[in-house]
Design a protein around this ligand. Sequence first.
Ligand code: PMP
Length: 396
Amino acid sequence: MTIGKADPPPLARRAASAGASPVLEILALTARPEVISFAGGMPAPELFDAEGIRAAHDRVLTEEPQRVLQYSTTEGDPLLREVIAARMSARGLTSRTEDVVVTTGSQQALTLVSTVLLEPGDVVLVENPTYLAALEGFAFAGVRIAPVPGDDEGIDPGALSDLVVRERPKMLYLVPNFQNPTGRTLSLERRHAVADIAGRHGLWIVEDDPYGELRFGGLPVPWIASLDAADDRTVLLGSLSKIMAPGMRLGWLRTPSALRPALVFAKQAADLHSSTVGQAAAARYLSDSDLDAHLERTRAAYRARRDALLDGLPSALPDGSIWNRPEGGMFTWVTLPERYDSAALLAEAVGHGVAYVPGAPFFAGSVRSSALRMSFTGNTEEGIREGLLRLAKVFA
Ligand code: PMP
């Protein structure tokens, strides 16, 4: 025993709640092979274009080993930035290479934006419910979260307008397409209203769009970043995770020029740059392979899986349950009759060999404990049907 040993100083206040992450608990559940999981937000692994991604790594390591194994620039691989800018331009948002900063997943982009914009005590507006790991990131920044009420079309512009006047927020965080967790999409009319409010009142918007390219029904809706009223104050986040493979850990932010130097500086302080070889391989993949053909296959599979899930829900869930019909993405949001507590029922569900994510942790304000999130992408249609038979036993 060491005599006279004093305790080390405590953790920073912002880290006090660290370790109690519902995300980690969810990931633990999905890892058990006997459980059919509707919980994790995992892309279908059998659809990864492993061969194409392997070939892209091979090519860059064979052709330019000294470049791709070396340190590189903080902003990211020039070719990758160029192809990402071209993809956004082709989808209606004119973008230049210099507007794009490559990040280690869009999760890092969220951290960088928080680092650059948020002081402890600032107010951040969010959808309610919203993406859990964004809430966790904002908690680290020590901000106050204010939820904006909404409905099936997304946040309510009238409520947003009131909150902007009352709370003087610095930033609005939105997942406009096939939102995590609800699967809902913000209508064009509301995107214009949100952009106008941000323009009029002076508000940063973080438009987080990892799911937009997974649309398998309906018509694409323009990004808020493309609307004149807010194009100088919207940071658009994108990711290769859901369209290529999350293990690549590559995403990007498209930034207004006013924020660019600070964001690059924050990125440099965080990790110097994202993996040189990973970025080079991704750039090569995006130039050589047909990502659109891969996406076409992915969307067709996801549409069939959504249909399998939605077709089976009526016989799996108790009368009075409601859910939505997302036109893309990975998630459906279910609300059970109020007497059910989805978190309390989860252990029973896992006992029957099926899992979902309870809705409560996604709420920033008042919690609806009968809600839950179901992902339709991680299981085949057959797996989904079996999972629903198991789920039905929970309510039998
Ligand atoms: N934003 C949202 C809304 C997400 O759902 C996710 C992943 N689940 C992320 C960001 C982070 O994605 P990644 O870091 O893999 O790009």
